[in-house]
Design a protein around this ligand. Structure first.
Ligand SMILES: Nc1ncnc2c1ncn2[C@@H]1O[C@H](COP(=O)(O)OP(=O)(O)OP(=O)(O)O)[C@@H](O)[C@H]1O
Length: 295
């Protein structure tokens, strides 16, 4: 059963807006049907700074959602360890899940945003003004009054993020929020999350789509409930372990995104030198160079 840390109040120190959110020595056990106890999270230490973006990666069952939920201020029965919410405040942070419908309360995007703003106990005029600003910011003005049944999954997910942003939370957690969306909707939701991050909102982005990880952004990767990598996207995809020769991404059991695998293979063939290309422009320059090489 999930319950919120702030209601429970145990193990938790309260709030300083400039301090990191910190989990220390956090573990959760899982009891299998045969009675065996296996770790769900193992002695995990993790810190998130105000305004930071962190990608959580790992294979299915590695503990990404468990960690994400703890970071959002939701606890799990049996969780041990200590944590301090720091900048994230004493209330649970918005938690955007795969299925938008599970988190929508109203009938339309405009109502959803207004509903979220009403929790802030603002004056009615201010609620109206902010509703329109948020709809404009999230690109939902034109469909603000369209009922959910006439909107796509991507549009409903955008509305869920819009409502989440209405609370001006210092942290929003996205748990594979784009995994059920088509490419275009996925891009829109991702860009909206980036826009919120640029405005200062810290973002925890749980993902299996490694191609959405930016080279310079932070990646924390989990295996069997432990953080086995914490570094840049670039090091995650291209760094090599001396003993195995695997990249951290491969060592976690994840498949490299196609372009990263291509870059490594071109490097192995001696046709490409690190640093490997990241952006479409860099790739274009590289491919032009390769085509120019006589066979
Ligand atoms: N409510 C629960 N009760 C007991 N065990 C759970 C519960 N939720 C998840 N688990 C177990 O905890 C472990 C970590 O699960 P978690 O959902 O955190 O991983 P994940 O990396 O997010 O996986 P996925 O990508 O499949 O969502 C898994 O072994 C999972 O079966």
């Amino acid at each position: 059963m999930w319950e919120s840390i702030w209601e429970e109040g145990t193990n938790m120190t309260y709030i300083n807006s400039s301090e990191s959110l910190v989990l220390q020595d956090v573990s959760i056990d899982r009891i299998l049907e045969n009675g065996q106890i296996v770790p769900r999270l193992q002695q995990l230490d993790f810190a998130l700074a105000p305004g930071e973006w962190v990608n959580l990666a790992g294979v299915n069952g590695s503990g990404k959602s468990s960690l994400a939920r703890l970071l959002a201020g939701l606890t799990i029965e049996g969780v041990r360890g200590t944590w301090s919410r720091g900048f994230a405040g004493n209330r649970p942070s918005p938690y955007i899940m795969q299925h938008p419908d599970a988190q929508l309360f109203a009938e339309t995007p405009r109502e959803e945003v207004r509903f979220a703003l009403e929790w802030r106990r603002l004056e009615p005029d201010m609620i109206m003004q902010l509703t329109e600003e948020i709809l404009a910011f999230t690109g939902l003005t034109a469909i603000g009054d369209t009922p959910w049944e006439h909107l796509s999954g991507g549009q409903r997910q955008l509305a869920a993020v819009a409502a989440a942003s209405a609370g001006e939370s210092p942290l929003i957690v996205f748990d594979e929020a784009t995994s059920m969306l088509d490419e275009q909707s996925m891009q829109l939701v991702y860009r909206l999350a980036r826009k919120l991050n640029e405005r200062g909102t810290a973002v925890v982005w749980v993902t299996q789509r490694l191609q959405e990880i930016e080279a310079s952004s932070r990646v924390a990767a989990l295996t069997e409930g432990q953080i086995v990598f914490d570094g840049t996207g670039h090091a995650f995809l291209y760094g090599a372990d001396d003993e195995t020769g695997l990249t951290p991404c491969q060592a976690c059991g994840l498949r490299l995104p196609y372009l990263s695998a291509l870059a490594l293979e071109l490097g192995r063939l001696g046709k490409l030198q690190p640093p490997y290309p990241e952006t479409p422009e860099e790739w274009e320059a590289v491919l032009q160079g390769i085509v120019a090489v006589p066979v």
